[in-house]
Design a binder for this molecule. Structure first.
Ligand SMILES: Nc1ncnc2c1ncn2[C@@H]1O[C@H](COP(=O)(O)OP(=O)(O)OP(=O)(O)O)[C@@H](O)[C@H]1O
Length: 385
């Protein structure tokens, strides 16, 4: 009897020691996994840093190869350009950019606003197997792109603060398990720098060989020397570190050589092929009017300008400095018979999306906005700003 009690006592002791050990093993295994991950990151960083040093000592990043030559994907690319995107011929540099991406190169594109940058990554995204990740700075811009792609029948989604749980689940499944149809995924830079969950799904997608391309839109936002610096863009270098084998395309309309050097360094793409297109836009012109000092008169003048110059309700944007001003001017324009909505960063995302949608579908003529609206917005009949 006493023996049994002793045995039971020792058994309890052994079991509790075993439990303690299991906990320690789990902690050690977690630590081991973290260290492996960090080891891989550090090795990749070292590799990139060495390549970067070699590249700055030797190869210029401007295109040397003949990217307008013949490639195995030519006929498939032509077919997709025409039948999916409805575009009859390439504009300057588009074909060369697409060819260099399809060859697996990192690419830096400097092309004027409206020059056709989106096609440069969207067409390879459709041609390549797997999912293309696009980082873009503004929700309105992302919504605009996703709407456009959906209209072309290309499976594109966005993962932002406005994404509902069901779509989020669909996207995570597509990344993690390759389920469902997803070709192009748009995110804001905050997703990369703040969501560990997203990065882990992306890691799995890459691990399974399904991450086909990374595109950084409005790439000048990386540089403190650029006019639209966004702190979260600074963290996008992690993408090349984590996914060194995945080609990256960085696109911008405006980048001085200082900004270009900065973003090449930040994104870790020292060997990128650079394409610069001319900034000549014959359809773009500036007209300057003297502004009255009386607020009411200014609104009358804006309203007259819109209704006289654009009698067929062609779309446009009126910019104001403050959020309050946007609301007032939109109200005043409505009072003068122009269908105007306001758009600024103080509105919640659903309200902003609604305004953007109404304008995109030409249900309203004018958006009165702060600079929170406009960058990269693509509406063929957006004729005045
Ligand atoms: N080769 C082409 N031929 C005809 N239209 C084209 C061609 N390439 C692009 N486009 C059209 O030109 C318009 C502007 O293209 P896109 O939005 O890609 O410009 P962007 O360079 O991204 O401009 P932004 O800097 O303002 O974002 C779109 O309507 C697009 O469909």
């Amino acid at each position: 009897m006493e023996d049994e009690e002793n045995i039971e006592e020792e058994l309890l002791l052994v079991e509790s020691q075993l439990n303690g050990l299991q906990d320690k093993i789990k902690t050690l295994l977690d630590q081991q996994e973290e260290l492996y991950e960090r080891q891989a990151q550090l090795k990749a960083m070292l590799e990139i840093s060495k390549t970067s040093r070699d590249a700055s000592n030797s190869a210029p990043s401007v295109a040397l190869e003949d990217w307008s030559g013949k490639f195995s994907w030519d006929s498939q690319a032509d077919d997709t350009r025409f039948n999916v995107f409805g575009i009859s011929s390439y504009r300057s540099n588009q074909r060369e950019i697409i060819n260099s991406i399809m060859s697996g190169k990192d690419v830096l594109v400097i092309m004027a606003a409206g020059g056709g940058k989106s096609l440069c990554y969207q067409l390879p995204a459709v041609l390549r197997d797997g999912i293309t990740l696009v980082v873009s700075p503004l929700l309105s811009l992302i919504q605009d792109q996703v709407m456009g792609l959906a209209a072309l029948g290309i499976p594109a989604h966005m993962l932002t603060s406005t994404t509902n749980k069901e779509i989020e689940k669909f996207i995570y499944k597509a990344l993690e398990k390759g389920e469902g149809e997803l070709k192009i995924l748009y995110v804001t830079p905050e997703k990369i720098s703040k969501s560990k969950r997203f990065m882990s799904k992306l890691e799995k997608c890459h691990h399974a060989g399904r991450l086909s391309l990374v595109a950084i839109d409005e790439a000048h936002c990386c540089s403190q020397w650029g006019h639209d610096f966004r702190p979260d863009y600074k963290n996008l270098g992690i993408l090349k570190i984590q996914f060194p084998s995945v080609p990256m395309i960085a696109l911008t309309a405006t980048a001085t050589s200082k900004v270009q050097m900065d973003l090449i360094e930040m994104l870790h793409i020292p060997r990128s092929v650079k394409f610069v297109s001319t900034v000549n836009r014959p359809n773009l012109f500036y007209r300057v009017y003297e502004k009255s000092s009386v607020g009411k008169v200014v609104i009358d003048e804006i309203a007259n300008f819109i209704s006289e110059s654009y009698p067929n309700n062609e779309s446009g944007i009126v910019y104001c400095f403050s959020r309050k001003e946007c609301e007032q001017v939109a109200k005043e324009l409505r009072g003068r018979g122009i269908s105007a909505d306001y758009y600024h960063a103080d509105m919640d995302v659903v309200a902003r999306e609604k305004v953007h949608m109404r304008w995109s579908k030409s249900k309203s003529q004018v958006i009165v906005g702060t600079v929170a609206f406009g960058m990269g917005i693509n509406k063929p009949d957006d004729l005045y700003r």
